[in-house]
Design a protein around this ligand. Structure first.
Ligand SMILES: Nc1nc2c(ncn2[C@@H]2O[C@H](COP(=O)(O)OP(=O)(O)OP(=O)(O)O)[C@@H](O)[C@H]2O)c(=O)[nH]1
Ligand SMILES: [Mg+2]
Length: 329
């Protein structure tokens, strides 16, 4: 399983069908987990799927420990990693979008008999909370709009200066920031954790005496709910207005994983209306992969002329620079 920051995974379970109404998981699986918890101390159960508030509540009650679903986990990871104001706002927006549809359901579960039905105290609490969240949502959207305008201004200035823009996109942990650092001689944080980068940074670098701008941004993850993509849209859209989009693929992954990640990235790009002509596919971390496997994979994916690169060692960097230069010319 992927690295999840401070969480230490002691056991994982798989289940084909998570549609069981009570717990999400089947009751047999819940018994297995309870049995395991009797012998091993654990603080939480992470379910790599969407769950309803009721399912979370039931599973917590039955097992006695905290339950985190996939969306909550992604939000928590975003929280831990966010450093800029804008990233924080975007996450708060995603958080509200996660909570809003759950308010009623949660109130019902917590208030128990005192049902939040018409006229009761519960209804009042729910209404106040709902309005409060809506208000905060409006406030955050305004703030994000302000920073978007500011960025637009910079962006337009750059366009006026006719500086070509290259953007790095790809699945989280594919090596974007490592490549960004290599090309711009910056030292932004890189790590094997998910979502190390959450906000967009742009710096310049030079190819053949020509100044080019390079943007590094938040990574993608598969099955990201649309409202989360929405929340990060302004940062992403800025990146996607570039002249060239370098789509990084971690070639050290197993082939099936490469395919899943590639298609999920292409889906996000399509959802954000990116012109395919602008995309240059880069097989990153080539030092950790078998050359033949990678070749077979990109043929299967029908990717034309990908760049094979190791952002860490610098292998392939001249080819990449040449390709950027040609595309810009
Ligand atoms: N072996 C190898 N490891 C690499 C290479 N490039 C990056 N890495 C490692 O892969 C991990 C992820 O790299 P990052 O540059 O942080 O990835 P990212 O795409 O910016 O990730 P997010 O910001 O989370 O989206 C780090 O531990 C890097 O040291 C490479 O060419 N070879
Ligand atoms: Mg990064």
């Amino acid at each position: 399983m992927e690295s999840l920051g401070n969480v230490n995974i002691v056991k994982s379970y798989t289940q084909k069908n998570l549609k069981h109404t009570i717990y999400g998981l089947g009751s047999g699986k819940v018994d297995e987990i309870k049995e395991f918890l009797q012998h091993t101390k654990s603080d939480q159960i992470i379910v790599d799927e969407h769950m309803t508030p009721k399912q979370i509540y039931n599973l917590e009650k039955s097992t006695g420990i905290k339950v985190v679903d996939r969306e909550r986990l992604i939000l928590d990871l975003f929280y831990i990693r966010s450093t800029t104001n804008e990233a924080k706002l975007q996450i708060q927006l995603a958080e509200i979008k996660y909570e809003l549809p759950r308010i009623k359901e949660n109130a019902k579960l917590i208030l128990g008999n005192e049902r939040p039905g018409k006229g009761g105290r519960g209804e009042y609490v729910v209404d106040v909370k709902f309005r409060d969240m809506k208000r905060r949502m409006g406030f955050i959207i305004d703030k994000l709009e302000e920073s978007r305008k500011k960025r637009d201004l910079y962006h337009n200035q750059r366009l006026e200066n006719k500086m070509p823009i290259v953007s790095l996109v790809g699945y989280t942990s594919s090596g974007k920031t490592t490549l960004f650092n290599l090309l711009t001689t910056e030292s932004r944080t890189t790590s094997e954790n998910l979502f190390t980068t959450l906000s967009t940074t742009t710096r310049s670098f030079i190819i053949n005496g020509k100044k080019i701008l390079l943007s590094d941004t938040v990574g993608f993850i598969r099955r990201l709910p649309t409202y989360m993509i929405e929340a990060f849209k302004s940062t992403l859209e800025e990146s996607l207005q570039a002249d060239i989009i370098l789509l990084l693929i971690d070639s050290s992954d197993p082939v099936d994983k490469i395919k899943i990640k590639y298609y999920s990235c292409m889906n996000v790009l399509q959802e954000l209306n990116v012109n395919k002509e602008k995309i240059v596919t880069v097989f990153s971390k080539i030092d950790k992969a078998e050359f033949d496997d990678v070749t077979r994979t990109f043929h299967e994916l029908k990717i034309e002329q990908p760049i094979l690169l190791s952002p860490k060692s610098g292998y392939g960097i001249n080819k990449l620079r040449k390709s950027i230069s040609q595309k810009i010319a």
